[in-house]
Design a protein around this ligand. Structure first.
Ligand code: APR
Length: 170
C-alpha cells in the first residue's frame, strides 16, 4: 500500500473515498466539512440526517453524490483539550475506523484531510505522526486499499505530513 502526501483540495479528488473531518452531529460545518457538503450538494446533508450522528473516533459512510469521489467517510476527530483526555487514541481510531470501512466497501484509493488540526486545534506534527503510524500499520495487512492520500490544504500542513512520511517508523 502506498501513502502519498498532496497539496490541494480534497473535494476535487477522484478517488473511491474521501474522508470528512466532521463533527458528531454529521450535519455539516465549516472547514473541510463545509467544503465537502458544498461540493456534494444537498443530498449529502439529507443522507447524513438519517445516520443519527457519529461518535468521536467512529466513522460512517455515505455516497459522494456530486463529488468526483464515490463515497464520503465521515469521522469526527477529537477536539484538542491539552492531550490528557485520550485525544491521541481517539485520533488513531479515526484512521483505523475510516480505513477499515473503506476496505469493507472495496475501496482501492482513499484520501484523508488533516483530521482535527483545524478548528479542533490538535497539534499538527503530533497529528501527522499519528496518521503516519496508523496508515503504515493498516498497510502492513493485505486488502483492497492500495493507495492512501493525505490532501493538505495549506503549505504548513503539507510540510508537516511530508516530514511525517519521511520519518522512519519507530
Ligand atoms: N481540502 C482539504 N483539506 C481542507 C479543505 C479542503 N477543501 N478545507 C479545509 N481543509 C483542512 C484544514 O486546513 C485543516 O488542515 O482540513 C484540516 C482540518 O481542519 P477542519 O476542517 O477545521 O477540521 P477539524 O479541525 O477536524 O475540525 C472539525 O470543524 O468544520 C468543522 O464541522 C466541522 O465541527 C467540525 C470541526
Amino acid at each position: 500500500m502506498e501513502w502519498k502526501i498532496l497539496r490541494g483540495d480534497i473535494t476535487s479528488c477522484a478517488v473511491d473515498a474521501i474522508v470528512n473531518a466532521a463533527n458528531t452531529s454529521l450535519l455539516g460545518g465549516g472547514g473541510v466539512d463545509g467544503a465537502i457538503h458544498r461540493a456534494a450538494g444537498p443530498e449529502l446533508l439529507a443522507c447524513c440526517r438519517t445516520l443519527g450522528g457519529c461518535a468521536t473516533g467512529e466513522a460512517k459512510l455515505t455516497p459522494g453524490f456530486r463529488l468526483p469521489a464515490r463515497y464520503v467517510i465521515h469521522t469526527p476527530g477529537p477536539i484538542w483539550r491539552g492531550g490528557n483526555h485520550g485525544e491521541d487514541a481517539l485520533l488513531a481510531r479515526c484512521y483505523q475506523n475510516c480505513l477499515a470501512l473503506a476496505a469493507q466497501h472495496g475501496c482501492r484509493t482513499v484520501a484523508f484531510p488533516s483530521i482535527s488540526t483545524g478548528v479542533y486545534h490538535f497539534p499538527l506534527d503530533r497529528a501527522a505522526a499519528i496518521a503516519a503510524r496508523e496508515i503504515r500499520a493498516f498497510g502492513a495487512h493485505p486488502g483492497p486499499v492500495k493507495t492512501v492520500i493525505t490532501v493538505c490544504f495549506d503549505d504548513r500542513t503539507f510540510a508537516a505530513y511530508q516530514r511525517a512520511a519521511k520519518t522512519p517508523e519507530a
